[in-house]
Design a protein around this ligand. Sequence first.
Ligand code: SER
Length: 316
Amino acid sequence: MDNILVLGCAGQIGSELTLELRRLYGDSHVVASDIRQADKDILESGPFEILNVLEVQKVSDVVKKYNITQIYHLAAILSGNAEKNPLPSWDINMKGLLDILEMVKELKVGRLFWPSSIAVFGPSTPCKNTPQQCVMDPNTVYGISKLAGERWIAYYNKRYGVDTRSVRYPGLISYKTEAGGGTTDYAVEIYYEAIKNAAYTCFLSEKTYLPMMFMPDAIKATIDLMQIDAAKLSVKDSYNIGGMSFCPDDVFKAIQKYIPEFKIAYQPDFRQSIADSWPQSINDDIAKHDWGLSYVYDLDKMTEVMLTEIKKKFGK
Ligand code: SER
């Protein structure tokens, strides 16, 4: 029986992934951890530990205490926030990975999931249907740390036989926990503002296309990748996963079908140039071939669920 540790369980991905892992593996087999207190549903459904990825000795004590066989290491500073604080963000994203890799190797933890991102790509990358292998010249702290991280997990895999697995997440959209400080966050905020105020001022311009994915598809992809036989995995750095591709104007129109009075204004800020350096759409044929990646949600299906669930949150 696997015992799983989630680092960063209070974040946008962690808060949903932890609950799904508990449903699949049993509540007591999934230890949630974060640098801050998690939500009630996580605290009450299974073990929780306060952990900072920069204090690896404490992480290692928890790994031993619970006989951990798999780790999902989600703790990171996202693109927008990392630009405001480059060096401390580099430390969390990079030292926070290297120490955990070393610990996983020493303690022989069976498997490590670590997320990469479309941020590994840069202005010289082909921006449409971006291939798995191409020029990668990220120009954000976050993107540089993710690209370096990809090389390190591939190194530990090849040199020490550590079973590392990873996907390059596109922008992730969810209603449970809001994203924190990313460039793709507009695609979450827009739904909240549509429900709260029927108006939204977008920090990216109208026709900025980016790859995006609804959280249930991302959670399924993540767990599927972690469950598959290692022999099937041909990519050792990080798999492209694409989801869908849309721009703020597409989301605006999708929401207007439900809220006709919804209004949008555009005031691009520093995140526009980050978005402009990222792909518009992703080629994920290799993930489809190697481990059966598939998606359920398109923009319309996602919009229906987002609006319904956020309305419930606000008692509307
Ligand atoms: N969603 C992330 C960000 O915007 C990209 O991985 O920072």
